[in-house]
Ligand binder design. Structure first.
Ligand code: ZN
Length: 370
C-alpha cells in the first residue's frame, strides 16, 4: 500500500478523565501525599500536540467519536458494571472497581474511548479508512466484563473486537504490547476460538500471576490465547523477536480478518510503572511489522488503541513513534534515545530467548506446524 488512508480518533473529554488526588496509582490516604494519579492527561494531550507539531497529523483524517451506546458496552460488560461506572462518576469521585478511580467526566470519557475504538473498527471494516489510531483514555485492557480495574473502566479493545464480530468478521487478532497483562481482554475471549489474544508483557508485573505461558485458552478457545511474559529488563531486540517469531507465525496460522492492537507505551525504558527498556524505535518497528502483517492477512485492516503510558516526558515521543509507523514514515528524531539505546538490555539475552523458544515449541498454534 503506497499511501494508506489514515484516521485519528480522539476526544477532548477523554483528556478530562481524572482519577483524582493521589500519588502514582494510589489515592490520597495514610502515607500518600497529594500529587496526581497516573492517567491524568495533560500528558496525552501533549502526545497529540507532538504528533501535530511534527506534521505527522497532516497524514491523518481527525475524527471525533461519539460515546458508545449501552448496546456496544453490553457486548462485553454486564449491566451492573455499567451502572456502577455511571453512578460513581455522577458522584464526582470514588472507585468504580479495583483501583479504578473516577471524576465527574470519567463515565463519558470511558464511553468515548470505547466509541472511538468501535467507530474506528467499523470505518476500517467498511473501507472508509485503511488504518486507524485511537488516542483514548481511560485505558481498557484490565477491565473485566463485571468490574473496572487498574485505571480501566470499559474494555475498549474487547468491545471493538466484539463489534467486529457483530459485523460478520469471522476471526479477530488482538495484539497487546502494554507492559502489563491484559487480563480483561484475556478473560473476555478465553473460550472464544475466533479471537486470538496475544499479550507481550513484563513477567509477573500486574495483575499478579496473570498472563502465564501455560494460559493458552480453554474449551473451544484452547490455543487462541498466547502469553509472552518477558523478564524485566527486556528491550528492543526481545520485543522485535517476540513479534517476528511468535506474533507473526501465530497470526498466519490463525488467519484473522482484522487486527486490533492494544498499543500501550508503558514498556518504555523511561516508564515508572514497568521495568522494560523499549524506545520510540521499538514501538515504531513493532507497529510497522503489524501494518505489514495486516497487508498480508487482513487486506491492511488494522486499528491501534492507546492503553498505558506514564512517563510524562517520554510518552509523547512513543506515541509519535507509533503514529509515524502507521503513516508509513521513518522513525522520528528522538532526543531521548541516547539515554536508552546503548544499554545492554536492548540486545536479546538468553533469558528472554528461552521464553520465546519455549512458546515456539509448546504453544498449540505454533507447535502444530513444527
Ligand atoms: Zn499498562
Amino acid at each position: 500500500m503506497s499511501t494508506p488512508n489514515l484516521a485519528w480518533y480522539s476526544h477532548e473529554i477523554c483528556f478530562w478523565h481524572d482519577p483524582g488526588p493521589g500519588s502514582g496509582y494510589v489515592p490520597v490516604g495514610p502515607g500518600v501525599e497529594p500529587l496526581r494519579q497516573f492517567a491524568v492527561d495533560p500528558d496525552l494531550r501533549r502526545a497529540e500536540g507532538l504528533v501535530k507539531a511534527s506534521g505527522v497529523m497532516d497524514r491523518y483524517t481527525e475524527v471525533t467519536p461519539v460515546p458508545a451506546s449501552d448496546e456496544d458496552l453490553l457486548l462485553v460488560h454486564v449491566p451492573e458494571h455499567i451502572d456502577r461506572v455511571e453512578a460513581t462518576s455522577a458522584m464526582g469521585a470514588g472507585d468504580a472497581g479495583v483501583y479504578a478511580h473516577v471524576n465527574y467526566h470519567s463515565a463519558r470519557a470511558a464511553r468515548l474511548a470505547v466509541g472511538a475504538c468501535v467507530q474506528a473498527t467499523t470505518s476500517v471494516l467498511e473501507g472508509q479508512f485503511d488504518r486507524a489510531y485511537c488516542l483514548v483514555r481511560p485505558p481498557g485492557h484490565h477491565a473485566e466484563p463485571d468490574r473496572a480495574m487498574a485505571l480501566c473502566l470499559y474494555n475498549n479493545v474487547a468491545v471493538a473486537a466484539r463489534a467486529a464480530q457483530r459485523r460478520g468478521v469471522q476471526r479477530v487478532l488482538i495484539v497487546d504490547w502494554d507492559v502489563h497483562h491484559g487480563n480483561g481482554i484475556q478473560r473476555t475471549f478465553y473460550e472464544d476460538p475466533d479471537v486470538l489474544y496475544i499479550s507481550i508483557h513484563q513477567e509477573g508485573l500486574f495483575p499478579a500471576a496473570s498472563g502465564l505461558v501455560m494460559e493458552t485458552g480453554s474449551g473451544a478457545g484452547t490455543g487462541t490465547t498466547l502469553n509472552v511474559p518477558l523478564p524485566a529488563g527486556s528491550g528492543h531486540e526481545a520485543y522485535l523477536a517476540a513479534v517476528s517469531r511468535l506474533v507473526e507465525p501465530a497470526a498466519r496460522a490463525f488467519d484473522p480478518g482484522l487486527i486490533l492492537v492494544a498499543a500501550g507505551v508503558d514498556a518504555s525504558g523511561h516508564d515508572p510503572m514497568g521495568r522494560m527498556m523499549c524506545t520510540s524505535r521499538t514501538f515504531h518497528d513493532m507497529t510497522s511489522m503489524m501494518c505489514r502483517l495486516a497487508e498480508e492477512l487482513t487486506e491492511g485492516k488494522i486499528v491501534f488503541a492507546h492503553e498505558g503510558g506514564y512517563s510524562a516526558w517520554y510518552q509523547p515521543m512513543l506515541v509519535l513513534g507509533t503514529a509515524t509507523a502507521i503513516a508509513g514514515l521513518p522513525t522520528p528524531e528522538d532526543p531521548f534515545l541516547h539515554s536508552l539505546e546503548h544499554l545492554p538490555g536492548q540486545r536479546l539475552r538468553p533469558l528472554q530467548s528461552r521464553v520465546i523458544e519455549h512458546l515456539e515449541s509448546h504453544h498449540p498454534l505454533l507447535a502444530q506446524g513444527r
